[in-house]
Design a protein around this ligand. Sequence first.
Ligand code: FES
Ligand SMILES: [Fe+2]
Length: 352
Amino acid sequence: MKLDPTLKPQKLFNRVRTVGLNLNHWYPVAWADRLKSGKVQAVTLWEQKIVIYRDAQGQAHALEDACLHKGVALHKGEVNQDCLVCPYHGWHFNGEGSCVRIPYFEEEQNLPKKRIRSYPVRERYNLIWLFPGDPNLAEDSALPEVPEYDDPNWLIVEIPAHFNVHFSVVNENPLDVFHGHLHRDLQGWYDPVLVNLERDSQRVQGEYEVTFRNGWLPRFLGLTQSDEEEIKKTIVVGYHYPHCRNTMPGKSNYYFMRSPVGPQETRSFSMLCLKVRLPQWLVNLIRRPLSLIFWRFLVKPFLDQDIEVMESEQLNFHRNPNRRYVEINPVIAAAQKLTVEQYDSYANRKNA
Ligand code: FES
Ligand SMILES: [Fe+2]
């Protein structure tokens, strides 16, 4: 459905800053290559304490981080073959959460039938993804698509981030291209114009025209030529609940993979895919250091500025949750509506 892209006062949803999460989606919780075989890691996804571990065969598993016996945190335990062993009395749990061994129990005795909760796990794009909702829906629910990931022509920059804010605040940031003002000292974009806006029950998509001033960064990214002063480009912003993606067709794709920790805390496992103007052999040779350089000098300065303003936004929301704010960008109003609707449909389904 097409929406009017005109900038004018918008109807906002104050509820969006406290709304719950639709858990029937895949969420990233860790970089896959950081979880080595035999290692254990505690993660939190929307206030659910979860332990992930990689067994001796290299398979990743996710369990509720509380032992069946007395509730001790299992992330303090260790891996034995395909099991996670509780640190207290040594009960062994397999990847399905079943207790398969109690070291001080006679062989012929029946083990407890009760299980601890296990979560569906997938590994893709060097990320470990969990499905925290109804496990029966996991199979048919798709991960975000990142076609650039396996294409050697693209450089992938991994971007971890942490925000002390509700996920709605984090997601509105890349959707609102008008905040180029904040990055004006970083060779950012300027004069954005919203030219198109559409939405359906799963996503909001907006199209902005922006101007880049010439400089080393836009030139390196192939956005401007040396003899041009400035150039107009299209940025397509997408909110594919619960994740976001900003695209500059043919040049870059920025995937914002969200991992809401709780109502006031969000993690991000994002990826910036860039088509850099360097010979392929050279990119292959220096792929890892190049992506770290991009992270440090291209992404982090922008991200630091964004985090500072978003956390101040969240603080002021806490000081006065009933204050009504004024918005003129219809992309943000549409995104807030989608966030609220997604939660309501999840809650209705759960209560049905
Ligand atoms: S509390 Fe885990 S084995 Fe006893
Ligand atoms: Fe920004």
